[in-house]
Write a new protein. Structure first.
Length: 199
C-alpha cells in the first residue's frame, strides 16, 4: 500500500515538474508571438502617422507639432490635385506648369481604401489601454540648411502592456545592449529621416 501511495505521489510530482518545464519553454514562445502581433499593428499606426505628417508638410511646409493639429488636418484639410500642362506662354511646347484642378479631403486621399481605419485612434498606441504615441516636430540644421523633422514613438512597456514584465525587461535590455530604441518609432528629432526603426 505504501508503494502505491509513494508511486502516486512521485507520479504527481513528475507531472507537476513536466508542466513547469513545458511552461518555461512555452511562455517565451507565447510572448514572442504576442509581441510580433502587437508590433505589426504599431508599425501600421506609425506608417499612418508618417503619411499624415508628410501630407501636412506638403501643405504647411512644416510637420504638425501635436496630434490635435494633425488630426484636425486629416479630418478637415484638403490636398490639391495638380496636373502638368504645357506652359501657355511657351511657343515651343517644351515647358510645363503645374495646374491645380481640384482639391481632395486629406482623409479620403490617404485612408479611403482602409476599411479598418479609425481617425480617432491615430494617436493611440494599439493594446496600450489609452496610452498615446509621443509626437514631436521641429527643425534641425545640417550643412547650414534648415530641415524640418518629426518623430512619433512608443515604448515597449506601453506596446507590451499586460505581458510578462520580466520578458519585457529582457527584450528592452537586448535592444539597449545594441544601442537600439526600446520601442517603436518613426522619424527623428536629430536626423533628417522619416524612416521607422523597423525598416
Amino acid at each position: 500500500m505504501k508503494k502505491i501511495i509513494i508511486s502516486a505521489v512521485l507520479l504527481a510530482v513528475i507531472i507537476v515538474l513536466a508542466y513547469f518545464v513545458v511552461e518555461s519553454i512555452m511562455e517565451p514562445v507565447r510572448f514572442n508571438k504576442e509581441r510580433d502581433k502587437r508590433m505589426k499593428e504599431v508599425v501600421q499606426s506609425l506608417k499612418d502617422i508618417r503619411a499624415s505628417q508628410m501630407a501636412f508638410k506638403s501643405i504647411h511646409l512644416i510637420y504638425a507639432p501635436t496630434f490635435d493639429t494633425l488630426l484636425d488636418f486629416v479630418q478637415n484639410g484638403e490636398i490639391p490635385i495638380v496636373k502638368m500642362v504645357p506652359d501657355p506662354e511657351d511657343t515651343t511646347n517644351t515647358r510645363t506648369i503645374m495646374d491645380t484642378i481640384a482639391y481632395i479631403n486629406v482623409h479620403d486621399s490617404l485612408f479611403v481604401k482602409r476599411i479598418d481605419f479609425n481617425l480617432e485612434s491615430l494617436a493611440l498606441i494599439p493594446f496600450a489601454e489609452g496610452d498615446s504615441f509621443l509626437i514631436d516636430a521641429g527643425e534641425i540644421e545640417r550643412s547650414k540648411v534648415i530641415i524640418q523633422v518629426f518623430e512619433a514613438s512608443a515604448l515597449n512597456t506601453q506596446i507590451l502592456k499586460g505581458l510578462d514584465r520580466q520578458l519585457i525587461n529582457n527584450y528592452d535590455d537586448l535592444l539597449e545592449s545594441t544601442d537600439r530604441f526600446p520601442g517603436m518609432k518613426v522619424g527623428s528629432m536629430t536626423e533628417a529621416s522619416t524612416d521607422g526603426n523597423w525598416e
